[in-house]
Design a binder for this molecule. Structure first.
Ligand code: IPM
Ligand code: MN
Length: 330
């Protein structure tokens, strides 16, 4: 079966790493057609498009989207991130951001293996708020966090289903219920209600600040974590840092109901400082492509890619891609 992939290389090192990811997918024997979408900072500066409704409709026609990275120092921070990346997450209803972490934390004797399920369409990311008396000493700024029962429940249920299918069957809710009583209360009550449907899954709760300590000192306690959009954003950078570095951290932005394409991207950014140097590590993009293959039901190829990435490899961006490609092909 041929899979139809939209590729958004994006900014900075994005196009360099997505090229290696597609190379490895093909080497793994998966049949894909790719369509490149020229989106990101350079495109915006050229003709003003960030992501038009027309382009979004074209993206909807593909099976999946593979994205490199977005954001460039030439454009004000956030413009491309919100207009392209967050717009896709919202418009394509990619309500799960799944980020696996397999690695050995500094000083740890054994490898950990846990997954963060980050709610991806609500929380502070909805952009609700505004400024009054902007730029004056009396400026007021508000930034709301949106949490709906519907949005929280579908995310929590996804996390329970994932945990129920893993050997340890353990799910931890991470929030800040001691301070964010309204949002935290909704999360905790929803979590408890859904937990009743999954008696085979053991549960725990950590405040997000405590979770930061456990990520560094005791990541083995985790199997699956579910958390809100902003906590998940921050925690998954830390997850990358304790799992071999952000150059290995992969993610899946999922529409589990498959009412549109899901999007797969490395956790790292566009790294404009190293663009063109050939030093970007493509492994995070390659592992993101493996998550894409999981979702496309190409599990054997996905497992072979993960196994190939588990063995250390150094070298330039293309050398790393070539080495991994030759391993999955053999
Ligand atoms: C991520 C990124 C994005 C986010 C940025 C680029 C908007 O940091 O995918 O983790 O905050 O979600
Ligand atoms: Mn982030």
């Amino acid at each position: 079966m041929t899979h139809d992939i939209a590729v958004i290389g994006g900014d900075g090192i994005g196009p360099e790493v997505t090229a290696e990811a597609i190379k490895v997918v093909r080497a793994a024997g998966v049949d894909v057609t790719t369509t490149d979408y020229d989106l990101g900072g350079a495109r915006y500066l050229r003709d003003g498009e960030i992501l038009s409704d027309e382009t979004l409709d074209q993206l909807r026609a593909h099976d999946c989207i593979l994205l490199g990275a977005v954001g460039t120092p030439d454009v004000a921070p956030g413009v491309i991130e919100r207009g392209l990346l967050l717009k896709m997450r919202f418009e394509l209803d990619l309500y799960i951001n799944q980020r696996p972490f397999v690695g050995t934390a500094p000083g740890a004797a054994e490898a950990h293996d846990f997954v963060v399920i980050r709610e991806n369409t609500e929380g502070p990311y909805v952009g609700e708020g505004g400024s009054l008396r902007f730029g004056t000493p009396h400026e007021v700024a508000t930034q709301g966090s949106f949490n709906t029962r519907f949005g929280v429940e579908r995310c929590v249920r996804y996390a329970f289903e994932l945990a129920a299918g893993r050997p340890r069957r353990h799910l931890t809710l991470v929030h800040k219920t001691n301070v964010l009583q309204f949002a935290g209360g909704l999360w905790q009550r929803t979590f408890d209600a859904v937990a009743a449907e999954f008696p085979q899954v053991t549960t725990a709760y950590n405040h997000v600040d405590a979770a930061c300590i456990y990520f560094v000192q005791d990541p083995h306690r985790y199997d699956v974590i579910v958390t809100d959009n902003l906590f998940g954003d921050i925690l998954t950078d830390l997850g990358g840092a304790v799992s071999g570095g952000i150059g290995l951290a992969s993610s899946a932005n999922l529409n589990p109901g498959r009412t549109g394409p899901s999007m797969f991207e490395p956790v790292h950014g566009s790294a404009p400082d190293i663009v063109g140097t050939g030093t970007a590590n493509p492994t995070a993009a390659i592992l993101s492509a493996a998550l894409m293959l999981d979702f496309l039901d190409e599990r054997d190829a996905a497992d072979r890619i993960r196994a190939a990435c588990a063995e250390p490899v150094t070298g330039s961006t293309t050398a790393v891609g070539d080495a991994i490609a030759s391993r999955v092909g053999s």
